[in-house]
Design a protein around this ligand. Structure first.
Ligand SMILES: Cc1cc2nc3c(=O)[nH]c(=O)nc-3n(C[C@H](O)[C@H](O)[C@H](O)COP(=O)(O)OP(=O)(O)OC[C@H]3O[C@@H](n4cnc5c(N)ncnc54)[C@H](O)[C@@H]3O)c2cc1C
Length: 399
């Protein structure tokens, strides 16, 4: 073998994976199709405290976010959070990605930039790959090929490993001049702005990231850019956007729903390539990191020959069960509370959320990254949501 592991993709998940594998004593090659790390990126830059704790990159934080203003379609606002509890971090993705990949290199991994796989085939105990590099094609062999190559993963397609259950579209611009509140992000809902989903304005240091996500089939022929225009010109809050000056724009898919075969013999998928983004927030960094952390110890054992491949496969299958279940529940809750609602129903939900006792419940139990406990408690305890429960309960409890 030339390497124990070849990791395709030097995004945050590929970077952490390569670092952990190198720290475990394996030889690792990362190949990245771009000439630099962290560009281009499609991300609002939110990293949850759990993921940040793991990676310790607080110096990449642009703004600490402790609260949110959530807007109903007709303008009802629910304001949550308190400055003494940081809920999430808004980071510079370029610095964040660079620092993770750098830490992988410090642990011993090798990185080839401007390089991508041309072909790959696996046999019993390894994978043979041809890699296109700036100095010509290189053939090599590794024990395990890891696809951390994002939402359109070449590895996933080449080895026919399935498709993420949902592929949302995210569109975002970075602006100066947005009138927000310090430490708070804004979320906007409504069928003209983000049908079935939500739009956001996230403080990121001197700028604000304004974006929306939805599904192609819900757009009714509109482009995501048109949705963002609708948000910025909506009379209820257009004053917040009137001084905005665009300094960047990003568009990308948000793959959610673990693919059918994330592991096929000596090939495994990670991060967006595997379909790990959360159905409720679109966040992919946190779940991608957690998946790496739970998988790597056994992956190392398998490659060292300490456990047979069949044992590794059954461990992975077991580890993936709760991920699938969690995604299913979160999607069911999102559908019940957001995606399947029309604007009138959403307004009714907001009028309940804005009641002091319900806002208090949201503040107590609510977590941006894990809304399931809150959703379940609301279905149980808020009388107005009982009819919603019928819609959600089957999938949430037994799905
Ligand atoms: C608009 C938008 C906003 C988002 N906001 C957030 C957010 O706030 N928080 C959050 O957690 N998530 C967010 N996400 C999702 C988040 O961006 C991804 O989940 C995260 O980047 C996944 O990391 P990754 O390493 O798996 O993949 P990526 O970051 O996509 O990295 C994949 C890497 O592989 C490389 N690559 C791809 N193909 C090849 C190839 N064939 N050969 C070699 N290299 C290749 C790419 O160049 C890239 O460097 C957002 C997504 C969108 C679209």
């Amino acid at each position: 073998m030339d390497y124990d592991f070849v990791v395709v993709g030097a995004g945050p998940v590929g970077g952490l994976l390569a670092r952990r594998l190198s720290e475990g004593g394996s030889s690792v090659l990362i190949i990245e199709e771009h000439a630099q790390i962290g560009r281009p990126f499609q991300c609002a830059g939110l990293v949850n405290p759990e993921a940040m704790e793991l990676i310790g990159l607080h110096d990449t934080v642009l703004t600490s976010i402790w609260g949110a203003r959530i807007h109903g379609p007709s303008g009802e606002v629910v304001s949550i959070g308190s400055p003494d509890t940081i809920r999430t971090w808004s980071v510079c993705r370029k610095l964040f990605d660079e620092a993770i990949v750098e830490s992988a290199l410090e642990s011993g991994a090798e990185l080839w930039l401007s390089s991508s796989p041309k072909s790959a085939e696996q046999d019993g105990d390894g994978v043979s790959i041809t890699i296109s590099t700036p100095t010509g094609d290189v053939d090599l062999r590794c024990s395990m090929l890891c696809g951390a190559d994002g939402s359109h993963s070449w590895v996933r397609r080449n080895f026919k490993m399935g498709r993420p259950k949902e592929m949302m579209i995210g569109f975002q611009i970075e602006v100066t001049g947005y009138v927000g509140e310090n430490g708070k992000l804004d979320m906007y809902t409504g069928s003209d702005i983000a049908p079935g989903f939500f739009a956001w304005a996230i403080p990121s240091g001197d700028t604000t990231r304004i974006g929306a996500w939805s599904k192609a089939e819900l757009l009714g022929g509109r482009s995501p850019e048109q949705l963002l225009n609708a948000l910025m010109h909506e009379p209820q809050w257009s004053h917040r956007f009137s001084a905005c000056r665009e300094v960047g724009r990003f568009c990308g898919p948000v793959p959610s729903g673990l693919v059918k075969h994330p592991l096929k013999g000596r090939v495994m998928l990670f991060g967006d390539a595997a379909g790990l983004c959360k159905p409720t927030t679109g966040g992919g960094i946190g779940p991608g990191f957690m998946h790496v952390e739970t998988t790597v110890p056994n992956l190392l054992k398998m490659v060292r020959g300490e456990i047979p491949q069949s044992k590794f496969e059954s461990i992975v299958t077991e580890n993936h069960k709760p991920i699938r279940k969690e995604q299913l529940r979160a999607r069911a809750l999102r559908d019940a509370f957001l995606t399947q609602m029309n604007d009138q129903e959403l307004d009714e939900v907001f009028s309940v959320w804005s009641k002091p006792e319900v806002t208090e419940l949201i503040n107590e139990v609510g977590e941006i990254e894990n809304p399931i406990p809150l959703g379940m408690q609301m279905l149980r305890e808020v009388p107005e949501f009982r009819s919603l429960a019928k819609r959600a309960i089957k999938a949430v409890l037994w799905g």
